[in-house]
Design a protein around this ligand. Structure first.
Ligand code: PGA
Length: 246
């Protein structure tokens, strides 16, 4: 079964977050997928909305709730940080780790992603490890993301690796200034990541309704991790229809 998830990055008030959940829930209901959609779904709000979104989803929602980061220690003197047990306590079942914006702006490294993947697994949550090369490494993308991923998975046994989701998100394709990736640019790094024995490999970076089917058709792409195009409930539902049907 394919995956479809969205991170809202630093966006949405609590009211906007609740409205998105309600609208997506209604859309799932209209499709007869209120509890059992044909695509594995997740949503990753800001920390401030974790509990609110969890409440709005309710216990039977098929959407897995995530956080955009978590510290590797369970508790302590780490001002401004949130731990995996705290995220779980607020209702999260997934932890996004190593997004390129965090690597570029907040000093996230392969070493910190390794600690965070281990902490997430230790507490029974799903790690979503984000990897991707900068423009100047595009020609060597497969080797670049393999190194990032192997570094983050170091020390894990096969069963633990098989619980990790990896999102391949080339940095040059992410965000408003990003360029859409062509399927042939995605195939090799996706193949390299698939060889690492992880649970699933998702593609992310300027995914939209026009290119989603094309990107899902790349061999080894198990799903999509989406920013802007899924911040509206209608956008998320449109992508769900593509992932369910394509
Ligand atoms: P985008 O963001 O879909 O808005 O390009 C993707 C991401 O950063 O995960």
């Amino acid at each position: 079964m394919r995956w479809l998830g969205t991170s809202w990055k630093m966006n949405k008030t609590l009211a906007e977050a609740t409205a998105w959940v309600d609208e997506v829930g209604a859309g799932l209901g209209r499709r007869g997928w209120a509890e059992d959609p044909p695509v594995r779904l997740f949503v990753v709000p800001s920390f401030t909305a974790t509990h609110t979104v969890g409440d709005a989803l309710g216990p039977r929602s098929p959407l897995l709730l995530g956080v955009q980061n978590a510290h590797w220690e369970d508790a302590g003197a780490w001002t401004g940080e949130v731990s995996v047990p705290q995220a779980a306590d607020a209702g999260a079942g997934l932890v996004e780790i190593g997004h390129s914006e965090r690597r570029a702006a907040f000093g996230e490294t392969v070493a910190t992603t390794r600690l965070k993947v281990a902490a997430t697994l230790r507490h029974g949550l799903v790690p979503l490890l984000c990897v991707g090369e900068p423009e100047e490494e595009r020609a060597a993308s497969a080797a670049y993301v393999r190194q990032q991923t192997e570094g983050a998975l170091e020390g894990l046994d096969a069963a633990e690796r098989a619980r990790v989701l990896v999102a391949y998100e080339p940095i040059w394709a992410i965000g408003a200034s990003g360029r859409e990736a062509r399927p042939e640019e995605v195939a090799e790094p996706i193949g390299a990541l698939q060889a690492l024995g992880v649970r699933a490999v998702l593609y992310g970076g300027s995914v939209n309704e026009a290119n989603a089917a094309r990107l899902l058709a790349v061999p080894g792409v198990d799903g999509l991790f989406v920013g802007r195009a899924a911040w509206s409930a209608a956008g998320f539902l449109a992508l769900l229809d593509i992932a369910a049907g394509a």
